[in-house]
Write a protein that binds this ligand. Structure first.
Ligand code: SF4
Length: 492
């Protein structure tokens, strides 16, 4: 059981029994989780690429708009800072604020610090961040180097905090610590809830927390019909806004992988309930989500009226889209639960599921609510499906999975892997910002775009005819896509 007020978040492999490799079907994966919720985080003996949980922790923390971030690491661990800048500028613009870069520094650990200890470098960087940015709080993100040399970040941050008079929050997100990089989200939220969120001075029955990436206000007009205001967290939030997360009536998110840790922390520490429904993707899950918000905010009638009115509003166009997509098959890949969310949309558009590849899979979630278990939700929505793979974002495996599934359309959440589908001549839908595909309008948005993409198949066929993969003919004809999976005896 996670102690949300302890020093750090327990890594996902241990806490949620996360998997990095699997091939089978939705009933098989559910059975595996039910029989062995502790999981077995097998890795591959060969990985083409990887990711780091420190980057996932720093991404949201760097975008808290009046805080500063110190990466307590060698300079190379700050390689994602330009990307954080781009995300922050976009997020501020969406919120109607002046775009600007993130307030982030590196402690720039050198060889000598690795031998002698990095405490002095850390203190210097925190004081410099305070001098340059005058922040309301400083987050200090750990790294492989600071973790390996055993720097006492707790003590160093407490000393800095006493000196500069603002919270200095240690975030334990050492890159080597977890094989599941989304552990970094948990580490960031853990630092926020542990050190910044205050006990509620009051409870606002008309506000809910929405944990998301972009702050695009897709939920605002929909929830306004019920008199509810979403508070978008945590990117571009202020330290004061973070402190009052505990006053909202409930928490929800755009993806279980992103948001269930912080939702559970707020529920268990401050009594803010996590919504007991899937997130609002597709028709049926948006209905359930609104009704659940109606239940927790005492607005059941408003929720029912909204569901009926919204369904009637979108019905003519949805019917037309479904007629165009009838008989087409879809393959989705993306972060674990977001794949399930994209498939919920696909199912409501009338697409048949050819398979999916999740970047990892969590056997359980932090709150023991059956309504939030995304694999069971999508299994129930679709009646079950095969071609389900869990693969740690490895292109060499994805190519073969797609060659086998041969779907009419691919849906992807992220921008890096879709090129592999296009090179195979498979039309590809890039979801990008999760907020714009949520709710009833998000469903139509996805449907319109897929219809348009399928009308341009020659475009990808043309690219495919000129493209090649860097893999040998041996690998392309190898029958076992998971050939490099380590033996079960190597489980963590
Ligand atoms: S924290 Fe570790 S894995 Fe992450 S970028 Fe730094 S060295 Fe690499």
């Amino acid at each position: 059981m996670q102690n949300f007020m302890g020093h750090e978040a327990v890594i996902r492999e241990r806490r949620l029994g996360s998997l990095l490799t699997f091939e089978g079907s939705s009933p098989e994966l559910i059975r595996l989780g039910d029989e062995n919720p502790a999981g077995c985080c097998r890795d591959n003996s060969f990985n083409q690429c990887g990711d780091c949980s420190a980057q996932r922790a720093m991404l949201p923390l760097a975008q808290i708009r009046d805080a500063a971030l110190v990466s307590h690491a060698p300079l190379g661990c700050s390689a994602d800072f330009p990307w954080f800048n781009a995300q922050n500028r976009r997020g501020l613009k969406i919120k109607g604020m002046e775009p600007r870069n993130v307030q982030a520094l590196s402690s720039n650990l050198r060889e000598r610090d690795i031998v002698m200890g990095g405490g002095a470098r850390l203190a210097e960087a925190v004081h410099e961040a305070n001098r340059r940015f005058s922040p309301r709080a400083v987050f200090v993100a750990a790294s492989c180097a600071s973790g390996i040399i055993g720097d006492d970040m707790e003590e160093a941050c407490a000393t800095c905090e006493a000196a500069i008079g603002i919270p200095v929050v240690p975030v334990y997100c050492e890159g080597f610590k977890s094989m599941v990089w989304t552990t970094g989200f948990d580490a960031a939220y853990h630092g926020i809830v542990r050190r910044l969120v205050r006990p509620p001075a009051r409870r606002r029955s008309d506000q809910i927390n929405v944990f998301n990436f972009s702050n695009y206000r897709a939920f605002t007009p929909l929830l306004a019909k019920m008199g509810v205001t979403p508070r978008y967290f945590v990117h571009q939030a202020s330290v004061d806004e973070l402190a009052t997360m505990s006053e909202s009536a409930a928490s929800t998110h755009i993806c279980e992988t992103l948001g269930t840790y912080v939702a559970a922390a707020l529920e268990q520490v401050h009594g803010v309930p996590e919504l007991r429904s899937p997130p609002p993707f597709g028709l049926l899950w948006t209905d359930r989500w609104l009704r659940e918000i109606g239940r927790v905010t005492g607005r059941e009638e408003e929720a029912e009226r909204t569901v009926v009115a919204e369904r009637a509003r979108i019905a003519p166009e949805l019917d037309a889209i479904r007629a165009r997509l009838a008989g087409k098959t879809v393959y989705a890949f993306g972060g674990a639960s977001f794949c399930h969310n994209m498939l919920a949309i696909a199912a409501d558009l009338g697409l048949k599921i050819a398979g999916m590849m999740g970047y990892h899979h969590d056997m359980t979630f932090d709150n023991p609510h059956p309504e939030i278990v995304s694999i069971k939700n999508i299994h129930g929505r679709t009646g079950g499906f095969g071609g389900l793979a869990v693969c740690n974002k490895q292109p060499y495996q994805l190519v073969k999975l797609l060659m086998e599934a041969r779907p009419d359309i691919v849906m992807s959440r992220h921008g890096s892997l879709p090129v592999n589908a296009v090179k195979l001549g498979i039309p590809t839908f890039f979801a990008g910002d999760a907020n714009v595909i949520a709710g009833y309008d998000g469903l139509l948005n996805v449907g319109r775009r897929i219809v348009r993409i399928l009308g341009q198949r020659n475009f990808v066929r043309n690219i495919s005819s000129h493209a090649s993969f860097p893999y040998t003919s041996w690998w392309m004809s190898e029958p076992d896509t998971f050939r490099f999976r380590k033996a079960a005896s190597s489980c963590l």
